[in-house]
Design a protein around this ligand. Structure first.
Ligand code: AMP
Length: 286
């Protein structure tokens, strides 16, 4: 595995690979790697085939954290991450410092204005500008043929698909399913910051979403009823402070009144200062 920290050495390598006709498949991460990330690397590896190269970026992007958010507390496990990437057969690890990615007087950002307005965007107003900007920069630097993102960050995946469509990046976007702990909690780097009590309680996100799935299976089509049930279920957990519970259409992310062909129930919940997200995507069987 080759590791780059500087942009010029990465770009030189990209030029060399492009000239040799080898493809690059990108998996952007913020480090603190777990099985969820590794599953995306497996997807990338398969998409790359024998000839292609898997590139993983590992960068805690400061511009996607708002004031008072957990940038300083974000877990850092670089040595372990390196080993995980190596074992997953990653070809290139890109680990830049913030000063390498952003000039001190950087004055440009990429903003998506529709899909970003609800869900996480409502309470994290600068978040998706930061995500779109850093992902655009990584796309420009690495020029991948495909990039893999997790469905755990469902809104992010939808916004990246829109970014690629609206800015004409010739890049295939591949979604990877949510990888969970044995008790159902979605794997997340932020789980490391949970106290043991909060870790036990956090399974309530999955339980509430599974109950929403059951309601749908039983024929419930009123979005408000589903939303109210999930919210109530979360509130039963003594330490859970719901940030939002929204029922939207998975393609438009627009709030639904009546469920027709598909829905996304998306939740964000605080346990202490740790904010966890999860979702359930349901589509009517045809
Ligand atoms: P992060 O390092 O948290 O920014 O995540 C990097 C990528 O991994 C994003 O595309 C996430 O959606 C994805 N990811 C994070 N957790 C999981 C998970 N439990 N299952 C699948 N993908 C995940």
């Amino acid at each position: 595995m080759i590791e780059f920290q500087q942009i010029d050495e990465l770009q030189q390598w990209v030029q060399q690979e492009a000239a040799a006709g080898r493809s690059r498949i990108l998996v952007p991460t913020m480090g603190g790697l777990h099985q969820g990330h590794l599953s995306l690397m497996d997807i990338a590896k398969k998409r790359a085939g024998e000839e292609g190269e898997v590139v993983v970026s590992l960068f805690v992007n400061p511009t996607q954290f708002g004031p008072g958010e957990d940038l300083a507390a974000y877990p850092k496990t670089l040595d372990q991450d390196r080993q995980g990437c190596e074992e997953s057969g990653v070809d290139v690890l890109f680990v830049p410092e913030a000063g390498v990615m952003y000039a001190k007087d950087a004055s440009l950002k990429v903003t998506e204005v529709k899909l970003s307005s609800g869900l996480c965007g409502r309470t994290r107003p600068v978040h998706f500008d930061g995500v779109c900007t850093i992902v655009s920069k990584l796309f420009n630097l690495i020029q991948p043929q495909a990039a893999v993102f997790g469905e755990k960050d469902f809104q992010q995946l939808a916004i990246i698909r829109r970014l690629v469509r609206d800015l004409n990046y010739p890049i295939e976007i591949i979604g990877g399913p949510i990888v969970r702990e044995d008790d159902g909690l979605a794997m997340s780097t932020r789980n490391l910051n949970l106290s043991s009590d909060h870790r036990q309680e956090a399974v309530v996100l999955r339980q509430a979403l599974l109950e929403a799935g059951k309601m749908l299976g039983d024929g419930e089509r009123n979005a408000e009823h589903i939303q109210a049930h999930v919210e109530k279920r979360l509130m039963e957990s003594p330490s859970a402070i719901p940030n939002y519970v929204e029922v939207v259409h998975p393609d438009t992310l627009q709030v639904l009144d009546e469920v027709t062909d598909a829905l996304l129930v998306a939740v964000a919940v605080f346990f202490g200062s740790t904010r966890l997200i999860d979702n359930l995507c349901w589509r009517e069987e045809k």
